[in-house]
Design a protein around this ligand. Structure first.
Ligand SMILES: NC(=O)C1=CN([C@@H]2O[C@H](COP(=O)(O)OP(=O)(O)OC[C@H]3O[C@@H](n4cnc5c(N)ncnc54)[C@H](OP(=O)(O)O)[C@@H]3O)[C@@H](O)[C@H]2O)C=CC1
Ligand SMILES: O=C(O)C1=NCCCC1
Length: 316
């Protein structure tokens, strides 16, 4: 085991570029949505619940033939950790050689989880949002920050509005964003005011009850909801889900894991991979929701990119 190279968070950050990640993930999501002939093997993640401590451990294996990516991520998510000043998500990824099954690298999974989730939301946004100038972000944690970083890099964002259930978090993130990107940032005390003028909304919270409900929004707003990854949890109201065109990363995951989908009974229009393939329409002139649960294939593709980049560096 100690002969396997370990790549830590800094190696991952240096190796992964959002543009490259987006193009690799776009193709892999399309492969996934082709069905069996797409060359993606990915079971539903297995999750062990640690009820006593409100924690979860998920195992996420996947193989993506077109990327030669065979990997398994182990991720814990413990919502109560934020009160202890600890990360709420901790993850490691083990990458294997596809020809022999030999483990070839172990790497940090936290940065990959943040970046690949934001990259996938960016893919959905690219296809489903009519405009991408005003971004409203609900939440101020790891995913909120990664989404802002990705969206500023990939789109011509002009204004960012932030809401968090604890205003301190929103203020802190706003300071970081304005210092890093020099973009106009405003913090809002309520969700409704935050989203009213947005072209694109990101919901990235640990809520278990809907925080984004029917309210005044642009008619063609696009919503990326990355939180509420459990069947009993909701981030979006049932009414909002039922009055939007709903896209998901995986129909299997959404119908088994997403409280937003399960509790609302909303119809799923299709997978984002089907949009990439041109098999279903991108309804960009209507209100769209992209419900993201997070897929193992995304981690496998990202881990393979990191590995290839680090191996390349050794040669130069
Ligand atoms: N779809 C995907 O691929 C992935 C989804 N996720 C999910 O995305 C969500 C955000 O993850 P991440 O940013 O890493 O987590 P963080 O812990 O870094 O951030 C969580 C955010 O949610 C806020 N929050 C906590 N409790 C509530 C509440 N009851 N109501 C409203 N807001 C709340 C926190 O505010 P404060 O800190 O001020 O309490 C913080 O802003 C989680 O649900 C996570 O499981 C994560 C990884 C991948
Ligand atoms: O895709 C992931 O990784 C996760 N998704 C939701 C829960 C935490 C981890």
């Amino acid at each position: 085991m100690n002969t396997i190279p370990y790549y830590g968070p800094d190696d991952v950050k240096v190796s992964l570029k959002y543009e490259e990640l987006v193009s690799a993930l776009e193709l892999a999501l399309a492969d996934f949505s082709k069905g069996p002939e797409g060359g993606v093997s990915q079971p539903l993640r297995a999750t062990a619940e640690v009820t006593q401590f409100n924690g979860f451990l998920a195992a996420m294996p996947a193989y993506v033939e077109s990327r030669h990516a065979l990997a398994c991520k182990l991720v814990t998510f413990y919502p109560n950790n934020s009160a202890k000043n600890m990360d709420t998500h901790m993850a490691s990824i083990l990458l294997f050689d596809e020809t022999s099954g030999l483990p070839i690298a172990i790497m940090d999974g936290e940065v990959i989880t943040a970046m690949r989730t934001a990259a996938v939301s960016a893919i959905a946004t690219k296809y489903l949002a009519e405009k991408k100038e005003v971004l409203a972000v609900l939440g101020s944690g790891v995913q909120a920050r990664a989404h802002i970083e990705a969206f500023v890099k990939l789109f011509a964002i002009k204004k960012i509005y932030i809401w968090n259930h604890r205003p301190n978090g929103a203020e802190h993130l706003a300071k970081h964003v304005s210092a890093s990107f020099g973009i106009e940032v405003q913090v809002f005390a309520d969700v409704e005011s935050c989203v009213m003028d947005a072209d694109v909304i990101i919901a990235a919270t640990f809520t278990t009850e809907p925080i984004l409900k029917e309210c005044a929004m642009k008619p063609a707003v696009h919503i990326n909801s990355v939180g509420a990854p459990r069947p009993q949890w909701q981030e979006l109201s049932e009414e909002l889900m039922n009055h939007s065109v709903v896209y998901v990363d995986s129909v299997v995951s959404a119908t088994k894991e997403s409280g937003d989908v399960i509790k609302s009974g909303a119809e799923i229009y299709g997978e984002i991979g089907q949009v990439v393939l041109g098999k279903i329409k991108a309804e960009s002139n209507r209100r769209t929701v992209f419900k993201s649960l997070g897929l193992a294939l995304e981690d496998a593709v990202a881990a393979r990119l990191v590995f290839d980049m680090m191996e390349q560096k050794k040669l130069t």
